[in-house]
Design a protein around this ligand. Structure first.
Ligand code: ADP
Length: 460
């Protein structure tokens, strides 16, 4: 059985209220009991003292039974309680009710009074209910002559206390019900946003990425809903990127394959000379190179994505790194008669993943060659400034418009699709550069002017 949060909260409040009511009720009842009893005691004490004073002279030398009997009955009539007088030997010498004269009374109040102190207590008796016993010593100077004993019916006090208890119970019960109902209503304020969030999570689980839940307000639940919305949007975006990536990758893989198929068909379908076959095979080789670069870049990207801790750091000598990069771009540069002017201290050593950094710088330099006009010049500087290593590649190509400068790092993004493809680019080069530089906690800056050239600055 599913117990709602609201119901649980209601029960908790109810328990708390009950405990608070019990504590309050006990305190209030004790307080009233003590006050009522104390009041009764002080009113009885006045009469007790009067009767003790009045009876003392008639107990001292010779006991005047008749007068004392009269005194007990008279006082009893006035105060409405039973009055008993005892001598120092605890023997009853006067009783406002019939019966006890001559008997001995041996109870704690009498015993205490015979030590000179006034004693009083409430008692419960089977046949009468609640009574209050007050015993006042009767003395003449230092001499203790006896005890004035008053037994008062205090059932009325306990009836009053019972009424108060009943009212407290009623009050507690009705407050409990009201608070339970209010807490159920209040809990709705909490459970409604939780239910909405739950609905949101279910939608996401069902693949409805980007689902938004209402998140107005500033409390913790609104903040949670806000965080959920951000997460949902991010997942939606990631999902779109993933779908786009798969679509782009398939498309990119398909075009060299289609190119090769067309080339093969042209060999099979038509009579061609040996010279032409050679040319076609060279074209096919170009397509295979494209395919190979694409797959290598894809693999490198997925390797970085799957494991962000793949850096294999080592002390790398810049001289070696740069020589290797130049060696790789030289064939294309030569073909386009582009001069690469290298400037930098070959003895700089830096903690790098040599393989990866080589790939990153190669991609940037390769782009510079690809997107520069023939017979132009490329400047490649590397240097250390403060605590950073800089690689600067400046070409005199067509430049990159400002609004494209962020996009060129996206996967498969090319400014001029046809041109870039014809140069053999996969469209993945700069995204790899970005990932590699980020892995080295570095950054990339682009300074570019249309038709004048572009400078890529890699700061590591
Ligand atoms: P590609 O394989 O197409 O070169 P990249 O990711 O390396 O892919 O580059 C993305 C795009 O950025 C390129 O298609 C090109 O349009 C642009 N680009 C990169 N480098 C330069 C450059 N030096 N000058 C002008 N455009 C460039």
């Amino acid at each position: 059985m599913r117990i709602s949060l609201g119901f649980k909260l209601g029960i908790i409040y109810l328990i708390l209220i009950t405990l608070a009511m019990l504590a309050l009720g006990t305190f209030v009842l004790n307080y009233f009991e003590e006050t009522f009893i104390a009041e009764k005691r002080s009113s009885l004490l006045v009469h007790g003292n009067v009767i003790a004073n009045r009876s003392a002279p008639f107990l001292r030398d010779e006991v005047d039974y008749q007068y004392l009997g009269f005194l007990a009955r008279d006082t009893s009539e006035q105060i409405g309680n039973r009055v008993i007088l005892l001598n120092a030997g605890k023997e009853v010498i006067a009783d406002s009710a019939v019966g006890m004269v001559g008997d001995k009374m041996d109870n704690p109040q009498v015993n205490l009074a015979l030590t000179g102190r006034t004693a009083g207590d409430a008692h419960y008796l089977e046949q009468f209910g609640w009574v209050y016993y007050l015993a006042v010593p009767i003395a003449a100077g230092q001499e203790l002559l006896g005890v004035a004993f008053i037994a008062a019916d205090i059932n009325e006090i306990y009836e009053q206390l019972a009424t108060i208890r009943e009212r407290l119970l009623m009050f507690g019960f009705s407050t409990g019900i009201v608070i339970f109902a209010i807490s159920l209503l209040l809990s709705k304020i909490i459970t409604i946003p939780i239910n909405r969030l739950q609905q949101g999570v279910q939608k996401m689980a069902a693949g409805e990425y980007g689902f938004q839940v209402p998140s107005s307000g500033k409390d913790e639940l609104s903040q949670l809903a806000h965080a959920f919305n951000i997460m949902s949007k991010k997942i939606e975006k990631e999902d779109e990127i993933r779908k786009q990536f798969v679509a782009n990758a398939s498309h990119e893989l398909k075009s060299p394959l289609a190119g090769m198929k067309a080339l093969i068909e042209s060999v099979v379908d038509t009579e061609i000379s040996e010279e032409e076959v050679k040319e076609i095979l060279l074209d096919m080789n170009g397509e295979i190179d494209r395919l190979n670069k694409l797959v290598t870049d894809l693999l490198a990207l997925s390797k970085i994505e799957n494991n962000k801790n793949i850096l294999d750091l080592e002390e790398v000598a810049m001289g070696e790194l740069v020589t290797e990069v130049i060696k790789r771009v030289e064939p294309l540069a030569k073909k386009k008669k582009i001069a690469i002017k290298v400037k930098g201290d070959p003895n700089i050593y830096w903690q790098l993943d040599g393989e990866m950094m080589l790939r990153a710088i190669y991609n940037v330099l390769d782009n510079a060659v690809k997107y520069s006009p023939p017979e132009s010049e490329i400047k490649f500087n590397f240097y250390q400034k403060e605590h950073q290593l800089y690689f600067e590649v400046a070409d005199r190509g067509m430049g990159i418009p400002e609004h494209e400068q962020d996009k060129i790092f996206d996967r498969f993004y090319r400014i001029d699709k046809a041109r870039s493809r014809s140069t053999g680019g996969s469209g993945l080069g700069l995204s790899l550069v970005k990932e590699i530089v980020a892995l080295h906690e570095g950054e990339i800056e682009i300074v570019s002017k249309q038709s004048q050239g572009t400078t890529f600055i890699l700061k590591i």
